[in-house]
Design a protein around this ligand. Structure first.
Ligand code: GDP
Ligand code: IMO
Ligand code: MG
Length: 430
């Protein structure tokens, strides 16, 4: 029995939350391994909508263990707010149902302040971050000055780390003529939050090892998507973590063999929030129609998502760099009624045809998509629960996508509702 890692194969918002929630009925443990509350996952269960950012998308199902791994950057204030909000919807989270790695890096209020100030300073060249402090927190982690969850229980280390952090950040703030961070105020904030967040702290690698030894099924939940990966994405217009499945092991404290089957979540078209290259972006009525029908607005920031045709070159690249074994194709229903569909099969760049997205920023901005055209379908696929319900032209579209991306479609999602999901092959069966 394989474990499963769910990852995004485009620029995020592919419907990972819905698929993780659906798959979690077959899992015992659900683990977030990277990212933070920049993620926004929407689940719809019997008409009730749940919006999650930091909590794993398995939390709604009772009896599952939710885990926030060491690879996640955790804003303790945001986490407690999310726990409160979901409690108001009747989902109780306790230290028995949720554990957070003691060695996870914390996002502090100063990180989102720095994130926002830097974006403003970048002006037209801004990345379009979520402003949640994700980048600055990962920077502090790699620079070995971050405060980790376990530090909240160690007053001496906490004070020392705060000094190190302020030595760095206040020097920058002084240079920008911006107000400096007050040591006493930051320490007071941390001392106040410590007793509220520490009950969730756990030795996650050990708990996961125990689960593995007991034959429990683990579902790893990725945030963002391959094209936002800090190495493999459209750098510098990316997030600050590795979003590919290779990070599921390191970000949770398990070996690579534990990751198992890699399920790439893929939208039947393409969207992106924030700045950066997007070769198949649509600026016409069809783009507007897809955005409106697909309700393409960000969960975290409410920003309108940019929309475009399916880019098979990008998804094939995501399949290769992320070791994706199969994909869950989502939001096929959004394409219902569009007369003619296009899929990008290659790029024209400097007079040549290429079949990958080059790494260079200028090249990424200059590649021109080469399209294959498909006949659409007039029937509704919304809420379809069987393959037999799909129009022949929709099946043709899916089959061609499989061929182009060199991975099979093993799950198909046809509406936001949990149960409007067609299973072709169970990823837990490998
Ligand atoms: P995530 O970040 O990958 O979890 O995706 P988001 O939740 O940010 O965005 C996906 C959106 O599409 C959510 O509003 C989902 O409710 C919705 N969604 C997921 N699957 C489908 C589908 O098959 N059809 C339609 N129409 N909406 C879907
Ligand atoms: P989910 O998990 C879509 C984008 C931001 C920005 C870039 C960097 O819901 O798929 P950051 O705040 O991470 O430093 O921003 O990454 N971004 C996402 N886009 N879905 C997400 O998460 C995203 N998380 C970050 O819009 O372009
Ligand atoms: Mg999202």
């Amino acid at each position: 029995m394989a474990n499963v890692a769910v990852v995004g194969s485009q620029w995020g918002d592919e419907g990972k939350g819905k698929i993780v929630d659906w798959l979690s009925s077959r899992a015992d443990v659900i683990v977030r391994f990277q990212g933070g509350h920049n993620a926004g996952h929407t689940l719809v269960i019997n008409g009730v909508t749940y919006k999650l950012s930091l909590l794993p998308s398995g939390v709604v199902r009772p009896g599952k263990l939710s885990v926030i791994g060491n690879g996640v950057v955790v804003d303790p204030w945001a986490l407690l707010r999310e726990i409160e909000n979901i409690a108001a919807q009747g989902v109780q989270i306790t230290p028995e149902s949720l554990i957070v790695a003691e060695n996870a890096t914390l996002i502090l209020p100063l990180h989102s302040a720095v994130d926002k100030a830097r974006e403003e300073a970048r002006g037209a060249g801004k990345i379009g971050t979520t402003g949640r402090g994700i980048g600055p927190a990962y920077e502090d982690k790699v620079a070995r000055r971050a405060i980790r969850l376990c530090d909240l229980a160690d007053e001496a280390v906490l004070e020392h780390k705060v000094d190190q952090l302020l030595f760095h950040h206040n020097a920058l703030l002084r240079g920008l003529n911006a107000p400096e961070i007050d040591r006493a105020e930051l320490l007071a904030q941390l001392r106040e939050i410590a007793p509220r967040i520490l009950p969730y702290s756990a030795v996650v690698w050990q708990r996961l090892e125990e689960a593995r030894a007991q034959g429990k099924r683990i579902l790893f939940e990725g945030a963002q998507g391959a094209m936002l990966d800090v190495d493999h994405g459209t750098y510098p217009f990316v997030t600050s973590s590795n979003t590919v499945s290779g990070n599921a092991a390191a970000g949770s404290g398990m070996g690579p063999g534990a990751v198992g089957h890699v399920l790439g979540i893929t939208k039947a078209y393409t969207t992106r929030v924030g700045s950066g290259p997007f070769p198949t972006e649509l600026f016409d009525d069809i783009g507007e129609l897809i955005g409106a029908k697909g309700k393409e607005f960000g969960v975290v920031t409410g920003r309108k998502r940019r929309c475009g045709w399916f880019d098979a070159v990008l998804v094939r690249q995501a399949v290769k760099v992320g070791g994706i074994d199969g994909i869950a194709l989502t939001k096929l229903d959004v394409l219902d009624g569009i007369e003619e569909l296009k899929v990008c099969t290659g790029y024209r760049y400097k007079g040549e045809v290429i079949h990958h997205l080059p790494a260079g920023q200028t090249a990424q901005a200059e590649v021109e998509p080469i399209y294959e055209t498909f006949q659409g379908w007039t029937e509704s696929t919304y809420g379809a629960r069987s393959w037999a319900d799909l129009p022949a032209t929709a099946i043709k579209y899916i089959r061609r996508i499989e061929e182009l991306i060199e991975a099979p479609v093993t799950l198909l999602s046809t509406s936001p509702e949990r149960d409007d999901t067609i299973l072709m092959r169970d990823p837990f069966q490998g």
